[in-house]
Design a protein around this ligand. Structure first.
Ligand SMILES: *[C@@H]1O[C@H](CO)[C@@H](O)[C@H](O)[C@H]1NC(C)=O
Ligand SMILES: *[C@@H]1O[C@H](CO)[C@@H](O)[C@H](O)[C@H]1NC(C)=O
Ligand SMILES: *[C@@H]1O[C@H](CO)[C@@H](O)[C@H](O)[C@H]1NC(C)=O
Ligand SMILES: CC(=O)N[C@H]1CO[C@H](CO)[C@@H](O)[C@@H]1O
Ligand SMILES: [Zn+2]
Ligand SMILES: [Zn+2]
Length: 626
């Protein structure tokens, strides 16, 4: 199944391998390892060239940080672009607030949830996630909303509830449609996790009405309830809260700004029915993409990406005393989260940039990482492995790596030493594995999941056919949305399609001989030279603060992976080891391939008990990448 490296490179990366002429080819020359040298050139970060378009009201937006508070720490592009940690973001936010004061305009900070599940800081243990939240809370936000990743465990939501009770966010953590069941005076009562809405005045005296909303999420833990936004929009308390006209509405919520899965319209429509011209600012999340759309010429909805890679900036004029009801000047920018960006936009340098709060946050993060021991390298990765830049089967694909090398090597069951086939979900892998030191943080980043392994006995040929059928059927597409994996798979598909489209457009333009860089960026001297996001959203002008070359993406991916078949006759009965996350799909496929099969979950026994998918990379690294 594996292609030879040379052949696969030619097949998948014709431009990078120098097969096509044009400006891109030289930049992407391959080094001796077969890695593209440009992806790991010394991390000299590009400097922005366009000052921010400040308005009467301005916003900085984060979402889906998933614990990446220490920023991105590897040298393979595009990682260095996102190397700012949450402490440097805090310094940036403080300088921006000071600038806003000097200009006599407003600057508000908003966050749309999903703090949990991701990096080592939040995925080591529930206690580590709480510790990371405590550091996050050192930066004062104006409005925050809850994400679905705060609702998979009752305890995470309870933590938000309890901190809100103690006044952590001063009434600005908003959960308009999310309730928690708690004991009050010996009785179980359902109450909002935090506040349902907030009405406040900005520093410039503008009146704001704000809500915090989550999409109609069903896969949450027990004793939590999420009300569909369509129902929220008809609640008496909601209609009451929007009755009076503020200077602007602020809707922060964990859902995309547009597309099939966006659920903003019932809320937006309810507001517009009463207030046709009051500005509405919407900040979304969950899909991990950069996106922007204007519902009308007095509203704007922005989604600021993921993993502390992007800081979203939105600005707008506001109606004056004599309002003609005309269009407002609304703008957005996607900032790469790093110190070069932060210093450029605040007119600071290394000596004047870092603030006491920022430094304090950075050192608290470093200390927490040290306490959690997530920084101790297991070994050194010899070269980059990518989740989606190469097709499955390519030797530099993370999926190929785990299927063909890691699982066969580290999945050991002392009592079962015969031939076996191992089958698992590709969806348990979430990130690239970069050349260089590999530690527990990297391990949890590539797979934070606690899926175990089970085995049964089947003829080898049947297992191979079942595997093929699983990929034909695709991962759990038909399961109801109460399944956690399905919620995640949908969001991942949206993100992957976004990346794939960026790459396809780049390839198509280069094959046509067009200098797409110049096309996209107006002038050849603004040509991008680093990998990153190339955003095409539905708002006017160019959104990306730094022009980038898109990250290569291969659409040739799979939902399930399998170890190389054993050296045994086809009809020999072998151990078939299945990740428990893949079990439903495996059983469905068995019955499709062999309708007479009576196989059920009861026919499976634990395999390599105690080994979870979130610990196989470290084991392999200690042995093979020492
Ligand atoms: C969850 O709800 C059930 C009843 O629905 C109740 O018995 C239980 O005590 C609740 N647990 C918590 C932690 O509130
Ligand atoms: C949420 O809590 C409020 C206040 O206790 C209650 O009135 C409302 O019915 C609850 N909503 C849901 C969907 O349980
Ligand atoms: C510094 O951090 C500590 C704990 O991490 C916190 O208690 C303290 O308030 C912080 N000080 C400042 C100036 O932010
Ligand atoms: C300015 C900045 O953030 N530079 C960083 C770029 O990335 C490298 C490696 O990731 C860091 O070492 C630099 O500090
Ligand atoms: Zn997320
Ligand atoms: Zn989410």
């Amino acid at each position: 199944m594996a292609l030879t490296p040379a052949l696969a490179l030619v097949l998948t990366l014709p431009l990078l391998a120098g097969a096509a002429p044009g400006p891109g080819a030289a930049r992407h020359a391959l080094d001796a390892d077969g890695d593209a040298a440009a992806w790991r050139s010394p991390p000299v970060l590009p400097v922005p060239t366009r000052p921010l378009p400040w308005g009467d009201v301005n916003f900085l937006a984060t979402s889906d940080t998933h614990g990446w508070l220490r920023g991105h720490q590897h040298n393979t592009w595009p990682e260095p672009n996102y190397s700012g940690d949450f402490g440097t973001f805090a310094s940036f936010a403080e300088h921006m607030r000071a600038q806003a004061d000097e200009r006599g305009v407003d600057l508000l900070l908003v966050d749309a949830g999903d703090h949990h599940d991701g990096s080592g800081l939040v995925s080591t243990s529930p206690a580590s996630a709480v510790a990371a939240d405590n550091i996050f809370a050192q930066l004062t936000y104006d409005v925050l909303a809850i994400g679905n990743h705060e609702l998979y465990k009752y305890e995470s939501a309870l933590d938000v509830y309890e901190h809100n009770q103690k006044g952590r966010w001063a009434g600005r953590y908003l959960t308009s449609n999310v309730n928690i069941t708690v004991e009050e005076r010996g009785r179980a009562v359902s109450v909002p996790v935090a506040e349902r809405f907030a009405k406040f005045e900005t520093r410039q005296g503008r009146r704001v009405t704000a809500f915090g909303v989550l999409f109609d999420f069903k896969a949450h833990d027990r004793n939590l309830t999420v009300q569909a936004p369509t129902k929220l929009a008809r609640e008496a308390w909601f209609l009451d809260a929007i009755a009076e006209a503020p200077d602007f509405f602020l809707l922060v919520g964990h859902m995309p700004g547009r597309g099939l899965t966006s659920e903003w319209s019932p809320l937006f429509d309810a507001i517009r029915a009463l207030h046709p011209t009051v500005p509405v600012f919407v900040f979304g999340g969950h899909t991990h993409v950069r996106d922007c759309v204007q519902y009308d010429d007095r509203s704007i909805a922005l989604v600021p990406g993921r993993y502390l890679e992007t800081i979203g900036f939105v600005s707008s004029s506001l109606p004056g005393a004599e309002d003609d009801g005309g269009a407002l000047d609304m703008n957005r920018r996607y900032l790469d989260a790093n110190d070069v960006t932060y210093q450029y936009h605040t007119g600071t340098d290394e000596d004047t940039f870092h603030t006491p709060v920022g430094r304090n946050i950075s050192s608290a993060l470093a200390q927490l990482a040290q306490e959690l021991q997530i920084d101790i390298p297991f070994g050194t990765v010899p070269h980059d492995y990518f989740l989606a830049r190469h097709p499955y089967g390519h030797p530099r694909s993370v999926l190929t790596l785990i299927a063909e090398k890691i699982l066969p090597e580290v999945l050991e069951d002392q009592k079962r030493r015969g031939p076996r086939i191992i089958i698992g979900n590709a969806g348990t892998l979430r990130f690239d594995v970069f050349k260089g030191p590999f530690d527990r943080n990297d391990e949890l980043t590539v797979s934070p999941f606690t899926s175990a392994f089970l085995y049964t006995r089947l003829p080898a040929f049947l297992a191979t056919e079942v595997f093929a059928e699983m990929n034909r059927a695709g991962a759990s597409k038909l399961l109801p949305t109460t399944a956690r994996e399905d919620v995640e798979a949908r969001a991942t598909r949206i993100y992957n399609d976004w990346l794939a489209d960026q790459w396809d457009e780049h390839v198509a333009a280069t094959l046509l001989g067009a200098d797409d860089d110049a096309l996209a960026f107006g002038s050849p001297d603004k040509k991008p030279h680093t990998l990153g996001y190339v955003t095409r959203d539905a708002c006017k002008g160019r959104g990306d603060d730094i022009p980038h070359i898109p990250v290569p993406f291969s659409r040739d991916q799979v939902d399930f992976i399998m170890s190389p078949p054993p050296d045994a006759p086809d009809d020999e009965v072998v151990d078939v080891v299945v990740m428990d996350f893949a079990m439903d799909d495996f059983l469905t496929a068995v019955h499709t391939v062999d309708p007479t099969s009576k196989l059920t979950l009861d026919d499976f026994e634990p395999y390599a008990e105690g080994t979870l998918v979130n610990a196989v990379f470290g084991k392999y690294a200690s042995r093979e990448w020492e």
